[in-house]
Design a protein around this ligand. Structure first.
Ligand code: SF4
Length: 375
C-alpha cells in the first residue's frame, strides 16, 4: 500500500487527466475479476452531491479496457431506504454506461452473503464482493449526519446486506465500518470530490469541490478527507479504528500528496464543513438509528426551520432501534417534557405516543407530521 495520494483538480473527469495517475498505481493482474464500487446510496444524480459521477466511472472503465482488462463489473447496494439499487442505476446514468461498455450492473441487495470474521466480530459480506480479485472503491466526498464524513472506508458499507447495515447501526457504526475494511481490501480508491455534499449523505445541498482524490490506502484517503472537511481525526473514530486493525495509515505527515492540474481557490472549501446536523444533536436522543432515518429527520428539521422559523422551545425527538422495546422511553432525554418528545420511525411506536411511521420515514413524511404537530 502506498503512502502517496494524488489530487487531480478538474471541473469534470477526463481520461486524459486520469490516465497518467492510474498508470502509476499498482495494476491488477491481467485475468483479475474487477469490481467497481461507486456510491449510489440514493437514486439521485451526481449533481445532487449524493452519488458518484458516472462519467468518472466511465473514464476508469475506458482505462481498464484500453489496458486489456475484460472481467469488469459495477456493484452497489443502496441504503436501506431504497428497495433496490436498480432504480439508482437508472436515475444516476449507470444503465447507459453498462450498455456502452458492456459492463454488468450488480445489485448487491439481491446478492447472497457470507459471514466473515474480523478480529472477533463476524460480518456478513456479499458474495459478489468476496469473489472479487480487485476492488475499485469510488466514493463521494461527503458529510454524514452521524459519522461526520463519509468517504472510502464507509463506502464499503454498501457491500453488505440490508439486515447487516441495520445491525451496523446497533453496533455503533464505527467499529463495524473499520472491521468490514479489514475483510474487503481496496485495490484502488478514486474519490469523486467534483461535487460533494458538506451537509447530507443523501445530497440536496451540493457543493462543487472540483477534485478527484486517488490512492490505494483507504485510511490515508479518509484521513485526508477528514481534514479537508474541517474535522479532526478524533471526530471520526472509525478512521483510527481501521488504522489499528492494520487497514492502513492515518499519518498524513508521512504521506506524499501529489497535485495535478490547476486548482481554483474559490472552489475549494477553505471553511469548516457546514455543520447543519450538529445544530440538532442536543434535541435528538438517537439510539442505534439507521443513517437513512437519521438523515431524514435532520433534513426535515432543517426544512422546517427554513419554512417556519425556529422549532418551538422544548421540542425533542427519539429515534433508533434502541427505542423498540416498551420502557426504553422512560429515560428519553431531551429538553422537552414527555408530551413534547416525538418519535421518528416505526422503532419508536411502543415508546412515543406521537411518532412518525415508516422504516425509514422520508424527510417529507416527517416534515408533514411536524407541521401538523407544531402548528
Ligand atoms: S425505523 Fe428503526 S430500523 Fe427503520 S430505518 Fe429507522 S432506525 Fe432503522
Amino acid at each position: 500500500m502506498s503512502s502517496r495520494l494524488h489530487v487531480v483538480y478538474t471541473e469534470s473527469p477526463s481520461l486524459d487527466s486520469l490516465r497518467p495517475v492510474l498508470a502509476e498505481l499498482p495494476q491488477p493482474p491481467k485475468d483479475a475479476r474487477i469490481t467497481i464500487k461507486p456510491n449510489l446510496v440514493v437514486a439521485k444524480p451526481s449533481s445532487s452531491g449524493a452519488t458518484t459521477d458516472p462519467e468518472l466511472v466511465a473514464c476508469v472503465i475506458q482505462y481498464l479496457q484500453e489496458a486489456g482488462y475484460r472481467d469488469i463489473r459495477i456493484a452497489e447496494g443502496s441504503w436501506v431506504g431504497e428497495r433496490s439499487t436498480s432504480h439508482a442505476y437508472r436515475v444516476c446514468g449507470y444503465e447507459e454506461i453498462s450498455r456502452k461498455y458492456n459492463v454488468p450492473l450488480i445489485d448487491l441487495k439481491r446478492d447472497k452473503a457470507r459471514k466473515v470474521d474480523s478480529s472477533g466480530l463476524e460480518i456478513e459480506v456479499c458474495e459478489e464482493i468476496l469473489a472479487t480479485d480487485f476492488l475499485i472503491n469510488m466514493p463521494v466526498l461527503k458529510a454524514h449526519c452521524q459519522t461526520r464524513i463519509t468517504c472510502a472506508l464507509k463506502n464499503l458499507k454498501g457491500c453488505i446486506p440490508d439486515r447487516e447495515k441495520r445491525r451496523f447501526h446497533s453496533l455503533g457504526l464505527h467499529r463495524p465500518i473499520a472491521a468490514v475494511n479489514s475483510i474487503v481490501k481496496n485495490g484502488w480508491i478514486i474519490v469523486d470530490g467534483i461535487i460533494g455534499d458538506l451537509t447530507f449523505e443523501e445530497g440536496g445541498t451540493p457543493i462543487r469541490m472540483d477534485k478527484i482524490i486517488i490512492g490505494t490506502d483507504p485510511v490515508l484517503v479518509d484521513a485526508y478527507a477528514v481534514q479537508l472537511l474541517g474535522y479532526e481525526l478524533r471526530d471520526v473514530p472509525y478512521v483510527l479504528m481501521a488504522a489499528e486493525l492494520g487497514v492502513g495509515s492515518a499519518d498524513l505527515s508521512k504521506a506524499e500528496i501529489v497535485e495535478h492540474g490547476e486548482k481554483d481557490a474559490d472552489k475549494i472549501p477553505q471553511q469548516p464543513a457546514n455543520r447543519v446536523a450538529e445544530r440538532y444533536h442536543g434535541i435528538i436522543d438517537q439510539r442505534q438509528a439507521c443513517s437513512s432515518c437519521y438523515a431524514s429527520l435532520i433534513y426535515a428539521l432543517w426544512r422546517y426551520e427554513q419554512l417556519h422559523g425556529r422549532l418551538p422551545a422544548g421540542t425533542s425527538f427519539a429515534i433508533g432501534q434502541g427505542f423498540k422495546e416498551k420502557g426504553a422511553g422512560d429515560s428519553v432525554s431531551g429538553a422537552g417534557s414527555p408530551a413534547q418528545i416525538y418519535g421518528i420511525g416505526s422503532c419508536t411506536a411502543k415508546v412515543c405516543p406521537q411518532h412518525v411511521r415508516g422504516c425509514p420515514p422520508t424527510a417529507k413524511e416527517i416534515l408533514t407530521q411536524l407541521e401538523d404537530w407544531l402548528s
